[in-house]
Design a binder for this molecule. Structure first.
Ligand SMILES: NC(=O)c1ccc[n+]([C@@H]2O[C@H](COP(=O)([O-])OP(=O)(O)OC[C@H]3O[C@@H](n4cnc5c(N)ncnc54)[C@H](O)[C@@H]3O)[C@@H](O)[C@H]2O)c1
Length: 313
């Protein structure tokens, strides 16, 4: 049994991860300030005797440490970040605070409390737009094109230094798009909301050809648990992904079909990206994580269908 601190545990991925960490018999403390997460996401475990919730901005390091009340933490899963990429695009402060400063704060918590094991939720956005180049973990000259991607890449750099200076054992996962029950944002969330408001017309950002790999959240949680059991010294970085990718128009088709809607008029805003800073297409080299004996059980289209099926219930 481990004592685990998870930041962003009231969010979409965090609530699935917390549930599984509790199922494994761990004691889990979640810090979240409900920027985007909510209490409903935690309804399955909020009353679990092995769960403690701290409502706090992670950046307030002293408050977080005080509220931990001397519990010896074995591992930190740092998931808190801004995940509203478009909001961050309009105001760089959003990502500076919620994506970069939270990482610095979580590392300060680790340093102060002498926590050696650390997991970080990074992203494909750190690579920038590489125009179809196969993305390997050791690719150089990274040029993120969003404040979000830049804040995650800067976070990875801070983690590297903290790991070296404090002998920390770190796993960094560069997630692709993650979907599943309890979504708080993203294209499927957006389409579902719009179609509930108007089932005849659907506005689609860009020209609909943007195509990315989508991973089902349960597959992601499975590989997080697998790779954080015994973390080796230093920093290990993995691209995490699935077979195939799914275009935005195909997602719209799947949502309409699953919701039983026919003849929905698609209204494209145009251009090959959804918003400035969006990377329209990317492809991961997954050989490193596959060599560890893990492969996602759903491909990209299956992940989309499974998610939409769940949302339509
Ligand atoms: N969902 C994806 O497709 C995806 C892709 C790549 C990376 N990620 C990363 O995975 C992690 C989890 O993402 P998610 O999809 O669950 O997003 P989410 O928004 O649902 O979860 C993030 C959580 O962090 C909390 N949070 C934000 N700022 C905070 C702060 N200052 N203090 C305390 N809590 C704060 C939010 O309230 C939210 O509950 C994030 O780091 C995100 O960048 C997600």
């Amino acid at each position: 049994m481990k004592n685990i601190l998870i930041t962003g545990g009231a969010g979409f991925i965090g609530c699935h991860l917390t549930k599984e960490l509790l199922a494994e018999g761990n004691y889990v403390i979640c810090v979240d300030n409900f920027t985007l997460g909510n209490e409903e996401n935690m309804s399955d475990f909020i009353n679990d005797k092995n769960f403690k919730f701290i409502k706090e901005d992670v950046v307030n390091v002293d408050n977080v440490i005080k509220k931990l009340k001397n519990i010896k933490i074995d591992i930190i899963y740092h998931l808190a970040a801004n995940s509203d990429i478009q909001k961050g695009g309009k105001n760089p402060q959003v990502d500076f605070h919620n994506t970069l400063e939270t990482t610095y704060a979580s590392l300060e918590i680790a340093r102060t409390l002498n926590v050696k094991d650390y997991f970080f939720a990074s992203t494909s956005a750190i690579y920038g737009d590489r125009k179809g180049e196969l993305l390997k973990e050791n690719l150089g000259n990274l040029g993120p094109i969003s404040y979000y991607g830049a804040s995650k890449l800067a976070s990875e750099s801070l983690i590297s230094a903290y790991s070296y200076m404090n002998e920390m054992n770190v796993v960094i996962f560069r997630f692709p798009n993650v979907i599943g029950p309890n979504l708080t944002h993203g294209v499927i969330f957006d389409f579902t909301k719009k179609l509930k408001a108007n089932p005849h017309k659907l506005q689609i950002l860009g020209d609909g050809t943007q195509s990315k790999p989508y991973i089902y959240v349960k597959d992601l949680v499975e590989v997080i648990l697998l790779m954080t059991k015994n973390i080796p010294n230093g920093v290990e970085i993995y691209n995490i992904g699935v077979e195939g990718s799914t275009s935005v128009t195909k997602i719209a088709d799947i949502v309409c079909e699953e919701f039983g809607l026919e003849n929905v008029e698609y209204e494209y805003t145009g251009g090959n990206v959804g918003w400035k800073g969006d990377v329209p297409k990317f492809k991961y080299d997954l050989s490193k994580i596959h060599s560890k004996g893990w492969k996602a059980s759903h491909n990209s289209d299956e992940s989309v269908k499974e998610t939409v099926k769940h949302l339509s219930k």
